[in-house]
Design a protein. Structure first.
Length: 103
């Protein structure tokens, strides 16, 4: 009976360790901004929208929390940006969207 409890405990701890190595936590930061340049009869409006993310397993999460106390930050595992240029004239408004994805 005691060996059965022990083997069940070992199996449960093993399954928890495997699950924590596979499943993870995701951190995301979104940002946006814009800049306007103009002359007398035309203007350019440069906008940006960005997403930066970092993914870490539950098993490594406590170690990253300790490392962040020493001002260490992990590199982002996913970056995405969508800049947009808008050209404005008295007779027309033109959009030039671009999508940038860095993984």
């Amino acid at each position: 009976m005691e060996s059965m409890k022990r083997s069940m405990l070992i199996a449960l701890v093993s399954m928890c360790l495997i699950a924590s190595a596979i499943l993870g936590v995701r951190f995301a930061a979104d940002g946006s901004g814009g800049t306007l340049y103009w002359k007398s009869d035309e203007a350019y409006f440069f906008t940006s929208d960005s997403h930066t993310g970092h993914q870490v397993s539950y098993l490594a999460f406590p170690f990253e929390l300790v490392a962040q106390n020493f001002f260490w930050a992990p590199l982002p595992s996913e970056q995405w940006g969508c800049p947009l240029v808008i050209h404005i004239t008295p007779s027309n408004v033109e959009r030039y969207p671009r999508s940038l994805r860095r993984t």
